[in-house]
Design a protein around this ligand. Structure first.
Ligand code: NAD
Ligand code: MG
Length: 481
């Protein structure tokens, strides 16, 4: 890393957050102790224990579902849609007002750079509430059927990669359509969901409309398998998604699954190389690569392979890895020791199977969980790193000669969440995008998110859509997409 620039540390102060020594569950508008075995959440950048968290048992989940049912039947269901919208607007405004607090807390608990939590996660979470607040009183006119009705109680389970944003993706559409919620955040990142519980109180949201039950997989299972839950929404691994689909099969519950991905980012030889390199970097190193739609398979046209790789390596050499709270940081900490082990295992497998590993010279902090940005060249489609989701800052590079070969290789995956196309030709973008079996296709950009745009997968990436008008249908009776 021979940069002409020297950076002085620019740490964001953590004094804005106030972390209590322990937290309870948020049920029926109150914080209550869980009856499961409490657990700790750590800052993955330092391994510092941040606080102790209650674990929800099946009995706690039962109380939360009962509270959600009461709130649905007595208050939230019968409420005038325009009034529901007012609550959502209020929540959105409070999220904006407390954005810095949420961003710092998210970076502390998750390990992501403050630049991203401040500029992406939290503003987008607020935007989801604003967007859905606007829908609350317009559902009758949205082409969703004559008389769209809420399903009832939604049981929602979310992952650790975008804790607050995934909460917004789940809670905002559920509330806007008149449902009530029991949400289980991921065990390594529960803190912003608990701060959100405080926001619900600040917004005077009626008790029971939102319930937050912390815990690990068993708590999640109790939520999705509860007999009085009408709708299950899950984001996480394909493996757990599969087990949830089995558990829900044969019940009356409606289900949406947002699972893994192995997106192809396709670079044609007429693409503007510098922009494409920025897009490749953004595609795989954003959020340490803990992104289900990450551009983890780079498909580059053979005749520009060497030029693209050289340019990419130069650019990666300038990325700053380290303290998530430093405003200069590009790549933060890996979320957990377990995830770090998974990344190491797959990277080792890449080398063992014959791909070539490249990493920039980069100093990693002594404590915490870290993995340097990594590029594998000479990857064949059969390698594990070309087929399995690494969910880390690891890029696999493959080549192609013709557009048909690019499409065939891009679709040669069990997943189908997203894809990227880099070319100067608009006609080629449209033609290729139509041939890709992926829920989202970006052209000359990557990892762009907007609440108005539906997001979701094909094949093992799951089913159902979140966001946009499409996302409302998953929370309404008989609504056609
Ligand atoms: P996971 O699927 O185990 O966890 C996601 C959420 O589901 C967490 O809240 C967890 O507590 C809960 N959960 C676990 N078992 C459950 C069960 N049986 N019933 C209900 N809920 C349950 O994901 P993970 O172990 O944190 O990560 C494993 C892999 O999953 C990663 O390496 C990555 O490939 C993938 N992943 C994908 C996404 C995504 O956004 N698509 C997010 C996180 C992880
Ligand atoms: Mg944590």
């Amino acid at each position: 890393m021979s940069s002409p620039f020297q950076y002085a540390p620019a740490p964001e102060s953590r004094s804005i957050v106030d972390i209590a020594p322990s937290y309870g569950l948020f049920i029926d508008g109150e914080f209550v102790d869980g009856t499961g075995e409490p657990f700790k959440t750590v800052n993955p950048a330092t391994e510092e224990v941040l606080t102790e968290i209650s674990a929800g048992s099946a009995a706690d989940v039962d109380r939360a579902v009962a509270a959600a049912r009461r709130a649905f039947t007595r208050v939230w269901g019968p409420m005038r849609p325009a009034d529901r919208g007012k609550y959502l607007f209020r929540i959105a405004r409070i999220l904006q007002e407390r954005a810095r607090e949420f961003a710092v807390l998210e970076s502390l608990d998750n390990g992501k750079p403050i630049r991203e939590s401040r500029d992406v996660d939290i503003p987008l979470a607020a935007a989801h509430f604003f967007y859905h607040a606007g829908w609350a009183d317009k559902l009758d006119f949205a082409g969703l059927g004559a008389n769209p009705r809420p399903l009832g109680v939604a049981g929602q389970v979310i992952p650790w990669n975008f804790p607050m944003l995934m909460l917004a993706w789940k809670v905002a559409p559920a509330l806007a359509t008149g449902n009530t919620v029991v949400l289980k955040p991921a065990e390594t990142t529960p803190l912003t969901a608990l701060l959100f519980a405080e926001v619900c109180r600040q917004a005077d949201l009626p008790p029971g409309v939102v319930n937050i039950v912390t815990g690990a997989g068993e708590t999640g299972r109790a939520v999705v398998e509860h007999g009085d839950v009408d709708k299950v929404a899950f984001t996480g691994s394909t493996e757990v998604g599969r087990s949830i689909a089995r558990a829900v099969a044969g019940t009356r519950k409606s289900l949406t699954l947002e699972l893994g991905g192995k997106a192809a980012n396709i670079v044609f030889d007429d693409a503007p190389i510098d922009q494409a390199v920025e897009g490749i970097v953004q595609g795989i190193f954003f959020n340490q690569g803990h992104v289900c739609c990450a551009g983890s398979r780079l498909l580059v046209q053979e005749n520009i392979h060497d030029e693209v790789i050289a340019s990419l390596q130069r650019r990666i050499g300038t990325l700053r890895v380290g303290d998530p709270l430093d405003k200069n940081t590009d790549i933060g900490a890996i979320n957990s020791h377990l995830q770090l082990e998974r990344i190491r295992e797959l990277a080792d497998a890449g080398e063992a199977e014959g791909a070539h590993r490249w990493q920039p010279a980069c100093e990693l902090p002594d404590r915490g969980y870290w993995f340097p940005p990594t590029v594998f060249t000479d990857v064949s489609p059969a390698h594990r790193i070309a087929r399995e989701e690494v969910f880390g800052p690891v890029l696999s590079v493959l080549t192609f000669r013709t557009p048909d070969e690019a499409v065939a290789k891009a679709n040669n995956t069990t997943f189908g969440l997203s894809a990227g196309i880099w070319t100067e030709k608009g006609s080629r973008i449209l033609k290729i995008a139509n041939q890709l079996r992926a829920g989202v296709v970006w052209a000359n950009t990557f990892n762009k998110f907007d609440p108005t745009s539906p997001f979701g997968g094909y094949k093992q990436s799951g089913y159902g859509r979140e966001g946009g008008r499409h996302g409302l249908t998953g929370y309404l009776k008989g609504a056609a997409q």
